[in-house]
Design a protein around this ligand. Structure first.
Ligand code: ADE
Length: 238
């Protein structure tokens, strides 16, 4: 998989790039690259944003700047890009990221993430260059970099070989294997700490019973989930 992150702050990803599942993915031939909008702006003095027409607070990332950066990277009119790859703009009002959306993105060969800053993108970027708008939650971040890292983290760890243990991706919170429910509780040594014990069944060595217990726990957690946690995803804000 090839992921390109468009950002004004590529250096913000330095820590992220050193994480084990990311280095594993890269060692296996996946690619994570960055394009700095500022390196391709057609404007003077590295300008990338401008005041919103109609007034209002904040600055807006310009459509000509985003176009120049996309053209520089892909060598085509970015209007035609979304036919060939997912071009995902990170916006607070986009489709909410969940496990199904991550699975969808992890199946792509090529993925472009556009981070915004300031008040966000000129609407024409969203109307003409992108295939998806993605939100990591209904709150506003100062920029899309953290959201881009969340997406890369969640997607890369799904790729075969990124995690040490393939099973961890198959049976984890919100996966199909758990019918979309949160994961069951985990325990490790010591078996008793301050009188707090581990459920007997986990020490029994009886795999079928353990599986059954975990499934029950997972379902119980889903049933008692906060109502906000079960909000259907996929739609823009009303
Ligand atoms: N950019 C600013 N806030 C965001 C959010 N909540 N999700 C994705 N991108 C964003």
């Amino acid at each position: 998989m090839e992921i390109d992150v468009f950002t004004l702050f590529p250096q913000a990803f330095a820590w992220f790039e050193r994480q084990r599942h990311v280095t594993n993915a890269i060692a296996r031939g996946h690619r994570l690259g960055y394009v700095n909008y500022r390196d391709h702006t057609p404007l003077n003095a590295g300008q990338v944003d401008d005041m919103p027409f109609g007034g209002g607070a904040g600055m807006v990332l310009r459509v000509d700047v985003v176009e120049a950066a996309l053209r520089a990277r892909y060598g085509v009119d970015p209007v035609s890009l979304a036919a060939d790859r997912r071009v995902v703009a990170l916006t607070p009002s986009g489709r909410l990221l969940d496990d199904a959306f991550v699975d969808e993105l992890a199946q792509e060969q090529r993925l472009t993430l556009l981070s915004g800053r300031y008040e966000g993108f000129d609407q024409r970027v969203l109307d003409h260059f992108v295939s998806d708008e993605l939100s990591i939650g209904r709150y506003v971040l100062a920029g899309g970099e953290l959201a881009a890292m969340v997406v890369c983290d969640a997607v890369l760890r799904k790729l075969p070989g990124s995690l040490g243990h393939e099973h961890s991706v198959l049976e984890e919170s919100f996966s199909q294997a758990l019918e979309g429910a949160p994961e069951y509780p985990h325990y490790t040594r010591p078996a008793e700490h301050r009188g707090w014990t581990v459920p007997e069944v986990l020490l029994s060595g009886h795999h079928a019973k353990i599986r059954e217990w975990r499934r029950e726990q997972s379902r119980a957690r889903a049933a008692s989930a906060h109502p906000g946690d079960t909000e259907p995803t996929g739609g823009p804000l009303p």
